[in-house]
Structure formats: structure tokens, C-alpha cells
Design a protein around this ligand. Structure first.
Ligand SMILES: Nc1nc2c(c(=O)[nH]1)N[C@H]1C(S)=C(S)[C@@H](COP(=O)(O)OP(=O)(O)OC[C@H]3O[C@@H](n4cnc5c(=O)[nH]c(N)nc54)[C@H](O)[C@@H]3O)O[C@H]1N2
Ligand SMILES: Nc1nc2c(c(=O)[nH]1)N[C@H]1C(S)=C(S)[C@@H](COP(=O)(O)OP(=O)(O)OC[C@H]3O[C@@H](n4cnc5c(=O)[nH]c(N)nc54)[C@H](O)[C@@H]3O)O[C@H]1N2
Ligand code: SF4
Ligand SMILES: [Mo]
Length: 888
């Protein structure tokens, strides 16, 4: 009998409900949960492809010590001993945990309890430092608590939606779809996108403000000054619920119009239009994400935004408010358990003696961390300096995702004792572990996550634990027990942890803290198993959730002692960082179909077909000045490190800036790990790295050979200066370039593409042009095809990939493969746009030429965009550019 399990998507902070179905043969399929209030049945491309990413290929299945398989007992004893020894010899501050917003709340709660309550240091930080910490700091400064006041429904109810530093179409696709649907139903709704790049999100924007990098503080400060002298100002709200308006206004008013233009880089007309919209539209929501948080002025950006909402009283009412969009599936859960080094459990403050005492009494712990611990960047500096003797990394890949990644790698490699808990065996981080612990992954693990709108949902297991993999919370509790804290960590199951977490949230609370889920304090295993998604607060005293969800602060009630919000007089950031040696601004972020360091999405051929290669998006004029050609290679360099990626010349990029995705790493590329070049500059308040504004230089990388290959076997031991590998249906696709001469390409294929000795290639090497085209067959099956040229090779790539799964009985047609040119009967679909139905850009352009001039018409003709809808913005962009080209 097939079984169906309701669970939650493990990717972004939208937190979509998923129904996972396991059929009689054990095969898994997923669909959106129509009853889940985050997505009402929708899923994006990544969510739709979940079933393709859960195979056991590459999974870590057994504990290992120094690379050798061992038993759980041995591994856990060793971890406990080494941590205990380091603490005994050097004190508790000599150990650290670096954890993740991809842990479940239950895992996170146990990690935080062990470190802060029982080891007695706050040296636990998380990748959320790189992600949400500026929002946390901004919220706490303004509200006295880390509260997201609104709900998703506000995006649909608003008349003005401002998206700043958010590529919603690609990073929170289901929210984007909800917004796009609301705008389609109510075209009067206005959408403003503030982003230095013209992203896919701009597709639904009425106004795109291509702001200068880090111009946001100036923009929202200028807006505050404008609002203060306009009818939009809400003196009643300001008087009744806030303090500090006069100071914030005085500092805002000091910003001249000329300086505002200079700092934002925006035309005066656009600025006026933006100010007019904000002034006149009551139902305004400002959503923000990493373009705001990941900045040296991130916390001030957040407060500059909050100031504008407080000044107009537009907060916590339907369709109104600031909205921090969280990235990871459990960024919010991590904040609730106090997983950041400067927080305490249940939204209590580590600086507050009363809070520390309360948590310690609740835990009956021997002590409690007395001061904030090391924030991520400082933590890895401490590791580098030898101050951390034992480090446990869980559910994050810092050698790829931390700024100054080469230095982070060296620090981890040199650390005396490193434990890594992961689901895969070979990442840049696991490579340096003394102890590797196999964790349960999505579909196996069991617990809760909280999404961006404070909604707690269950992740439920529907697959058996593979090998000896065990839950992260279990690993932590076992180590705690071995360190002598058994009584406080004797949890039988995740339900028991959740019950304790809920009880702590209500403990001596009485409305003094925002985070209260006391209604679930006594939850038993059965109720936990059946738990429906719910939004907090959910205190015992609470009435049932109102339709549309719960909101904070419409009538004040902030969490500073006087219950008033604070206006913050923010500082305009230093602008003089001109450096003649590093004149470009590196901006980094995400693409639609990959998740972070690709350990899961990199497994899906469908997802990898969208963008199969790391790239640097660069403005055409910068490219000319730098001598960089389209499809050529570009080396990006900062004083910290370098990366090499493909050049993508595009007017969507602003002059002087380069955008590179954060995803590629050593498993999928030679040197595309961009964080190697990212400087470890942080926001002074939050400690969040400024990953969007890095001073770099760029130059073309000239190669002797450029190559493209499709291969049934995974290419191995590549020693080229540049290579990028992507999973394809039936095998792999490989881009590469080499600066040193290779003459025998057939031999190269035998060595790197797994071609057995004795299999002879079809094709040719043209000594005069330097072109080589080879294809190897095994019976009717293509083993590999290789295309090499002295310039970036023009091959119908999507078509070439299709040949891996085609049958090649017709000998004559085999020559077409070697030539790299599809016959007229087999057109090249082009790079995948719709990953659900595998529809490529050439197919879409063809349909447009045949008269399909709307996304709907394309959907009817090709199905593209009719399943998850994540590609609809791109389809519309292709239609626009084809029609514009035809009109020229
Ligand atoms: N497909 C996909 N989706 C994801 C993820 C993923 O890996 N892949 N990761 C998830 C996670 S953890 C996170 S944190 C979120 C991140 O979600 P987003 O924040 O939406 O994504 P990013 O691409 O990091 O950055 C957003 C935008 O900020 C812009 N930006 C850069 N500098 C500035 C600036 O100075 N001002 C302004 N206003 N904008 C600027 C960038 O050009 C970029 O388009 O995505 C989540 N969703
Ligand atoms: N330059 C630049 N750098 C960035 C960013 C950027 O925009 N630009 N964004 C930053 C942000 S916002 C984020 S959130 C980070 C993300 O960066 P990371 O957290 O480093 O990225 P992931 O690939 O998600 O790493 C998760 C790891 O945990 C493993 N894993 C998955 N599930 C589980 C589990 O259940 N248990 C355990 N123990 N392991 C598991 C995965 O295999 C993977 O190795 O990157 C940050 N770095
Ligand atoms: S929007 Fe996509 S990635 Fe995010 S939770 Fe929903 S299905 Fe998952
Ligand atoms: Mo994130």
C-alpha cells in the first residue's frame, strides 16, 4: 500500500507543506500540501524535485574516526573525552559549536542547552550569523525583541509591496507566486524592487530602483525625512508607542537631497516616485532579505526600514509592516531556541541577569554562559589562532560558505579536534574532520521548523534511517550524557524536547516575551505526531488563531521595558572604499535551482540543467574595458583569494559590479568557490558578513583549449585550470578549459571520462584549427562525447546531453554527434528554462515565433511554466526580448 506523509520542504524559509508519497516499490514522489497555509499546494522547482535528491549516493552512512569506519560508541566516547579534556585544561571558552538554520528546532534546542547551560560558554554560533543576524539585531534594537510582526497574507493584502535586497522570484518562489497572483487579481497593487541588479523579480515590478550597492540606509533615511513632513506621519502612534523620533528625524533631515542622489545613485524622478508611493499608500509592506542583511551597514539598513514603518504606524495591521524574509527552513526556529552566540533560549537576552537566572533555574543547570560567545567570523579567527581546541560543526559547510573561505579551511585543518555531523561524506568541510558523524536527512529526520511568518510545522520521516545515520539531537544528547549531564539530556524522542522547549517559552513569561508557545508545553508524543502547522504566539491564554494569522504591534506593546519601540538614528555608511587595485564590487547570491553548496540540489539533473555552470554576471562596458568576452573565462581576485568562472555579459548588471553565485564548490568545479575571495568584513552591530559588496578585480583567463563533454561516467581527477561539472540525465556534463597543451584527447577521455581501453572514438582532430570532436560508443549507447576548440566551443549543449539517453543504432547519425550538430529532425532545446517539463530556451523562442506571445500561450503549447511556475518570470522575459528583437 502506498503511504502518504505530510511534511515540510527542507529548503527555503517559506516553509511549504509537502505530501511525500512512497509507493509499493519504495519510490518516492512529492506534491504540495493543499492544506498548508504557507503554500496551499504550490511548490517551486526545488521543492518539486525533492524526490530526486534523496538517493543514498554520496551519503555518509557510518561514523568515522580519522577516515576509518567505527562504532557510534567509539566515536561518541571520543567526542565527549576530547571536549571534556579541552574544557578541563583550557576552560569552557576553548570549545565551540558551529551549527545551522537547517537543523530542526529540537536539534538546535539540545545544542544550545548543552553549550550555554552545561558546558557554560556561549561559543555556539550558526550559519544564521551569515543570514539573519542583522535582522535579529535590528528587531531587537527597535522592538526590544526579535519579532517578525506580519504574516504572508500581508503580501497579498498590501497596495504597495517593496522588495529590497530580495530576489523573491528565485529565493522565495512560492511567496513570489502568491504575490504575482495577488497582483494579477488586483492590478492596482504596486510593486517596487530595490536591487542593484535587474533580477527576475523585477518582472512583476512597477518600479525598479537599481540602487548603488549599500545605498539603502541613505534611501530609507531620506524617506523618513520626507515622511516626517508629509501627511503620512502618524503622530498618534509615535506619541503613544515609541521613543526617539526627534533624534532620528534630526539625523535624517541632515541628509541633503544631493547626497541622497549620490549615495543611492538613483535618478531624482525615481526617488520622488518612490517617496510619493510610500507617502500615499497606506497598506505598504517592505520585505527584505540578504541585500539588506549581508552588509557592513546591515543592522542600520534594517532600522532605517523599521523607522519608516514606525513613523507611519504601518506595522502589524493587515497589509502593512516590515517583513524580514528568512532564508533557511529553520532560521526562525534557531532564533527561538537562542542558537546565536549573543542570544539565550526562548528569545531571552544573554546580557540580562534575570533572564540568565531564569533559564538556569528552568534547566537546573550547574551554570550558564555569562557573556555572549564568539560570532561566526570571530569564532573561526579564534580557531585559526589556536584558541579553540575542539570544534563541532553541524549541518553547515563553512569551508564553502564562510567569507575568507581559504583562511577558514586552513583554520579548521589546523584545529586540534574537529567533529562534523553531515548527511554526505565528502564536502570541503567533512574532509577536515577528525570525527565524522552520519546524520539523518530530510525524509528521515523528525521534528519541527518555523517559517518566516512564525509558523511552526512538522518535518516528518517517511524513509527508514539509512545505514547507521542518527538524528543530530541524539548525537548531542549522547555526548552530553557522556560528559556527565545525563539527567538533563535524557530525552526519549523529539516530542519530549519540543515539550520542554515550549514549557521554557512560557516559563515566568506572562506576556513579557514575544515568543510563547506555552499551549504546547505538555504535548505528548501522539499529539506531536499529529501536530498541525500553527503560528506563534500560542500561549496557554491565547484565543485561537484569527483568520489571516497573528500580527504584532498594531497597538504598540513592544518588548522594551517601557513597552515602547525605539527609533534609531542610523549612521550613513563609509562610502570611501575606493581602491584602485580592486575597483569592482563583487555581489554574491543565489540562482533559482541550486541550494547553497549543492550537496542536495546538485544531485538532480533537472535542477542542474537550468544553470549548469558558475558564472560572473558583468556589464557589457565593463567587459569591454577589461577585455572579457562573452562565454570566456574570468578570474576574480581580492586580497583574500580568487575564483574562476564563466563570463556572462548582461545589461541586467550595473556598471562596476559583478554578480557571482555562492553555490559552486570543489565537488562541482575547479575554483569557483567565490567565498575564497570574499573579505571577512562584518556589520559592527550584528557581526554579519558583508557578502554583497566586496572589493575585487577581474581579468580574462585565456586558455589554450576550451572544452565541453557529456559523459556517462562521472569525470574524475580533472586537472584543468577550469572545470565545472553538472549532473545530467544519464550521466554528467562537463565544461572545462586548459592553459597547458594536451595533444592526445582520446587518451584524455580514457583517463578522465572512464572510457575503457580498446573503445575507439569516432570523430576527428583538426591540427590546423585546433578543433577536436570525439564520440565513444558502447553498442548503441553513447559513453562520452568531447568537443574541444581554441575558443569557447559552440555546441548544442542540451541536445548533446540528450544523446546520453538516446539509442544510437543508426551508424550514420553517430557522425552528427561527433560533429556536435543536431540534425534538422532533432533540434537543440537550449538551456532548460522549465525544469519540471524540461523545456529549453530554444523551444520557447520557437513557440514565440509561431505566435505564442503570452506565458499562458507558451504553457498551452509546451507545458512550460504550468507545474510549479518558478520559470514564469523567465518565460515572460524571453517573450519580451524576442518580441523586442523582432520589432527592431
Ligand atoms: N534558489 C535558492 N533559494 C534560496 C536559497 C538558495 O540557496 N537557493 N537560499 C535561501 C537562503 S538561506 C537565503 S538567506 C535566501 C536569500 O534570499 P535573497 O536575499 O533574496 O537572495 P540573494 O541572491 O542572496 O540576494 C538578494 C539580492 O540582494 C541584492 N543586493 C546586493 N546588494 C544590495 C544592496 O546593497 N542593496 C539592495 N537593496 N540589494 C542588494 C542582490 O543583487 C540580490 O539580487 O534565499 C533562500 N532561498
Ligand atoms: N558569498 C556568499 N556567501 C554566503 C552567502 C551569500 O549570499 N554569499 N549566504 C550565506 C547564507 S545566507 C547562508 S544560509 C549560508 C549557507 O551555507 P551552508 O550552511 O554552509 O550551506 P549548505 O550547503 O546548506 O550546508 C548544509 C550542510 O549540511 C548538510 N546537511 C543537510 N541536512 C542535514 C541534516 O539534517 N543534518 C546535518 N548534520 N547535516 C545536514 C549538507 O549536506 C551540507 O553539507 O551561506 C552563507 N554564505
Ligand atoms: S518556496 Fe520552494 S524551496 Fe521554498 S519552501 Fe517552498 S517549495 Fe521549498
Ligand atoms: Mo541564508
Amino acid at each position: 500500500m502506498p503511504t502518504e506523509t505530510k511534511t515540510t520542504c527542507p529548503y527555503c524559509g517559506v516553509g511549504c507543506g509537502v505530501i511525500a508519497k512512497v509507493d509499493d516499490t519504495g519510490s518516492v514522489s512529492v506534491r504540495g500540501d493543499p492544506d498548508h497555509p504557507a503554500n496551499f499546494g504550490r511548490l517551486c522547482s526545488k521543492g518539486s524535485a525533492l524526490a530526486e535528491t534523496i538517493d543514498l549516493d554520496g551519503r555518509l552512512l557510518h561514523p568515522e574516526v580519522n577516515g576509518a569506519r567505527t562504532s557510534w560508541n567509539t566515536a561518541l566516547d571520543l567526542v565527549a573525552t576530547k571536549f571534556s579534556e579541552a574544557i578541563a585544561e583550557h576552560g569552557p571558552d576553548a570549545v565551540a559549536f558551529y551549527v545551522s538554520g537547517q537543523l530542526l528546532t529540537e536539534d538546535y534546542y539540545v545544542a544550545n542547552k548543552l553549550m550555554k547551560g552545561f558546558i557554560g560558554t556561549a561559543n555556539i554560533d550558526t550559519n544564521s550569523r551569515l543570514c539573519m543576524s542583522s535582522s535579529v539585531a535590528g528587531h531587537r534594537r527597535a522592538f526590544g525583541s526579535d519579532t517578525v510582526p506580519g504574516t504572508y497574507e500581508d503580501l497579498e493584502l498590501a497596495d504597495l509591496v517593496i522588495l529590497t535586497g530580495s530576489n523573491l522570484a528565485w529565493c522565495h518562489p512560492v511567496l513570489y507566486q502568491r504575490l504575482a497572483a495577488a497582483k494579477a487579481a488586483r492590478p492596482g497593487m504596486k510593486i517596487v524592487v530595490i536591487d542593484p541588479r535587474r533580477t527576475m523579480t523585477c518582472d512583476i515590478a512597477d518600479l525598479h530602483l537599481a540602487i548603488r550597492p549599500d545605498g539603502d540606509v541613505a534611501l530609507f533615511t531620506g524617506l523618513l525625512a520626507h515622511l516626517a513632513t508629509s501627511p503620512a506621519i502618524d503622530q498618534n502612534y509615535i506619541g503613544a508607542h515609541t521613543v526617539g523620533f526627534a533624534e532620528a528625524f534630526a539625523s535624517a533631515a541632515a541628509l541633503s537631497w544631493d547626497e541622497l542622489l549620490e549615495r543611492t545613485g538613483l535618478p531624482a524622478m525615481q526617488l520622488r516616485e518612490f517617496f510619493r508611493l510610500f507617502e500615499t499608500v497606506q497598506k505598504t509592506i517592505t520585505c527584505y532579505s540578504q541585500g539588506v542583511n549581508q552588509s557592513a551597514s546591515g543592522t542600520d539598513k534594517v532600522n532605517a526600514i523599521l523607522n519608516c514603518h514606525l513613523a507611519t504606524g504601518r506595522i502589524g495591521r493587515p497589509g502593512m509592516g516590515p517583513f524580514s524574509l528568512t532564508g533557511q527552513p529553520n532560521a526562525m526556529g534557531g532564533r527561538e531556541v537562542g542558537g546565536l552566540a549573543n542570544m539565550l533560549a526562548a528569545h531571552m537576552a544573554i546580557e540580562n541577569a534575570g533572564d540568565r537566572d531564569r533559564v538556569q533555574r528552568f534547566w537546573s543547570s550547574p551554570g550558564i554562559a555569562a557573556k555572549p560567545g564568539l560570532k561566526a567570523v570571530d569564532m573561526f579567527s579564534a580557531v585559526a589562532e589556536g584558541r579553540i581546541k575542539a570544534l563541532w560543526i553541524m549541518a553547515t559547510n563553512p569551508v564553502v560558505s564562510m567569507p575568507d573561505a581559504d583562511a577558514v579551511e586552513a583554520a579548521i585543518a589546523a584545529c586540534p579536534f574537529v567533529v562534523v555531523s553531515d548527511i554526505v561524506g565528502n564536502t570541503e568541510t567533512t574532509r577536515h574532520a577528525d570525527v565524522l558523524l552520519p546524520s539523518l536527512g530530510w525524509g528521515e529526520k523528525d521534528g519541527t521548523v518555523t517559517n518566516s511568518e512564525r509558523r511552526i510545522s512538522r518535518q516528518r520521516p517517511f524513509l527508514p534511517a539509512p545505514g547507521e545515520a542518527r538524528a543530530d539531537w541524539w548525537q548531542l544528547a549522547e555526548v552530553a550524557r557522556r560528559m556527565g549531564h545525563g539527567a538533563a539530556f535524557g530525552f526519549a524522542d523529539p516530542a519530549a524536547i519540543f515539550a520542554e522547549h515550549a514549557a521554557l517559552s512560557a516559563f515566568e513569561n506572562e506576556g513579557s516575551r514575544d515568543f510563547d508557545i506555552g499551549a504546547y508545553a505538555g504535548i505528548d508524543d501522539a499529539a506531536y505526531r499529529a501536530l498541525h502547522p500553527f503560528q506563534w504566539p500560542a500561549s496557554l491564554a491565547e484565543t485561537p488563531t484569527p483568520p489571516g494569522g497573528k500580527r504584532f504591534f498594531a497597538d504598540g506593546g513592544f518588548f522594551h521595558p517601557d513597552r515602547r519601540a525605539r527609533f534609531i538614528a542610523v549612521n550613513l555608511p563609509e562610502t570611501d572604499r575606493t581602491n584602485a587595485d580592486y575597483p569592482l564590487t563583487l555581489n554574491t547570491g543565489r540562482i533559482r535551482d541550486q541550494w547553497h553548496t549543492m550537496t542536495r540540489t546538485g544531485k538532480s539533473a533537472r535542477l542542474s540543467a537550468h544553470i549548469a555552470e558558475p558564472f560572473a554576471e558583468i556589464h557589457p562596458r565593463d567587459a569591454i574595458e577589461l577585455g572579457i568576452r562573452g562565454a570566456g573565462l574570468v578570474e576574480i581576485e581580492s586580497p583574500h583569494g580568487t575564483a574562476v568562472v564563466r563570463a556572462l555579459i548582461s545589461e541586467r548588471q550595473a556598471r562596476g559590479s559583478i554578480f557571482v553565485p555562492m553555490h559552486w564548490n570543489g565537488q562541482f568545479s575547479a575554483r569557483a568557490r567565490i567565498d575564497a575571495a570574499v573579505a571577512p568584513v562584518v556589520d559592527p552591530v550584528s557581526g554579519q558578513p558583508a557578502s554583497k559588496n566586496v572589493a575585487v578585480r577581474a581579468r580574462p583567463l585565456k586558455a589554450e583549449h576550451y572544452g565541453f563533454a557529456v559523459s556517462a561516467a562521472r569525470p574524475e581527477n580533472l586537472d584543468c585550470d577550469y572545470w565545472a561539472l553538472a549532473k545530467a540525465e544519464g550521466g554528467w556534463r562537463l565544461e572545462f578549459a586548459s592553459c597547458t597543451g594536451i595533444s592526445d584527447w582520446a587518451n584524455w577521455c580514457r583517463k578522465h571520462l572512464g572510457i575503457p581501453a580498446g573503445v575507439e572514438p569516432l570523430g576527428y582532430c583538426d591540427g590546423a584549427t585546433g578543433e577536436t570532436r570525439l564520440a565513444f560508443f558502447d553498442g548503441t549507447r553513447l559513453l562520452a562525447a568531447l568537443f574541444v576548440a581554441p575558443e569557447p566551443v559552440a555546441v548544442a549543449r542540451a541536445w548533446a546531453v540528450q544523446q546520453l539517453t538516446a539509442s544510437h543504432g543508426d551508424l550514420r547519425k553517430r557522425f552528427a554527434i561527433a560533429a556536435g550538430r543536431p540534425g534538422a529532425d532533432q533540434p537543440d532545446p537550449g538551456a532548460t528554462v522549465c525544469s519540471c517539463f524540461g523545456v529549453g530556451v530554444n523551444q520557447i523562442s520557437g513557440a514565440i515565433r509561431n505566435g505564442c506571445h503570452s506565458v499562458e500561450a507558451i504553457g498551452k503549447a509546451l507545458n512550460a511554466g504550468t507545474n510549479c511556475g518558478s520559470c514564469r518570470a523567465e518565460i515572460r522575459t524571453i517573450i519580451d526580448s524576442c518580441l523586442a528583437a523582432a520589432a527592431e
